[in-house]
Design a protein. Structure first.
Length: 317
């Protein structure tokens, strides 16, 4: 019994020694961790302060951003002033309104109700208005009969965007005129080779009219169009099937037609609507009571007075 008690005593003593040792080691480890924490900043109540390089980099970024905004504002102001000067030169009472930036996400284009053909869901959409809430309209000009150099100057100086739909039989005598137009940022699109009434033609004949003009525009101007406007706005299922086979993606028609002395309206309210497409033609005094610059003056007077800007159609498609 005594040996047992002695052994028991030694065991208890060993437990006390071990506990004491653990306590000393624990305190030392805690102290070491605190020292390490102080050395690295971890566990500190205050966040690390940025160094001088980080501060300088942030300041430079803010200065660059402010500079970019300032440059943009200056360019916008200069563009508005130039447009105001050009407006006086070309006889406009008010400068055209500046169009907003092009949408990053393009609107979904669908065929207008009542303009469908059989199997329309598998064919290029036919539309007269682009879905948008912005007060913008789109100017489109057809065929290519009149080649007025003053018109090119006027549009370039006013910075009014427009889209052309060309028929080769009227264009081929002066391709350089339309190359000037293209160089100024105008997209040249398909209005058939010979401006024929499409529904009266067979599928193959329609395809020849459309694909033939695709080939001609690509050869003469370097780019195959994706937009097609049928002559007179008339088409049938064969027209759209042929257009699709030639690489056409969409068929813009129009909601208004412009002349030097009037506007013709498709809608009952005889007014502009956001996203409306305006049609006019390359015409002169042989066909109109005025010329193309007269027509543009009338269009811009109407559009501006109603609080609209002319935007680039391709930016929304």
């Amino acid at each position: 019994m005594q040996l047992v008690r002695q052994k028991e005593h030694k065991t208890q003593q060993g437990h006390r020694i071990a506990a004491a040792t653990r306590g000393r080691l624990g305190k030392a480890a805690t102290a070491a961790l605190l020292v390490a924490g102080l050395a690295t900043g971890c566990g500190s109540a205050e966040p690390a302060k940025p160094d001088k390089a980080s501060k300088a980099k942030a300041a430079a970024g803010a200065e660059a951003a402010a500079g970019a905004l300032g440059n943009r504002a200056e360019k916008l102001k200069a563009a508005q002033q130039a447009r105001a000067v050009a407006s006086k030169k070309w006889g406009l009472a008010k400068p055209p309104l500046m169009a907003p930036e092009a949408p990053r996400t393009k609107p979904t284009i669908t065929t207008r109700d009542g303009f469908e053909v059989e199997d329309q869901e598998n064919l290029p959409p036919v539309f007269t208005t682009v879905p948008t809430e912005e007060k913008v309209v789109f100017l489109t000009i057809d065929d290519g009969a009149e080649k007025d150099p003053e018109f090119l100057k006027m549009m370039q100086e006013l910075k009014v965007p427009y889209t052309a739909f060309l028929s080769d039989y009227l264009v081929r005598d002066n391709y350089p005129y339309f190359k000037q137009m293209q160089a100024a940022g105008v997209t040249l699109n398909n209005h058939t080779l010979n401006h024929r009434y499409m529904p009266a033609l067979s599928y193959e004949a329609q395809r020849q009219e459309i694909c033939g003009q695709q080939d001609t525009i690509e050869k003469q101007f370097g780019k195959r169009p994706t937009l097609f406007r049928p002559p007179y706005g008339n088409y049938n299922e064969d027209t759209l099937r042929a257009a699709k086979s030639c690489g056409i993606k969409a068929v813009p028609l129009w909601n208004e037609e412009a002349f030097p002395n009037r506007m013709d309206w498709r809608e009952w309210d005889k007014d502009l609507h956001p996203g409306d497409i305006i049609l006019t033609h390359f015409r002169g005094k042989e066909d109109w009571k005025g010329n193309m610059t007269d027509m543009i003056r009338h269009v811009m007077k109407t559009v501006t007075a109603k609080g609209y800007a002319v935007a680039r159609l391709e930016d929304y498609l």
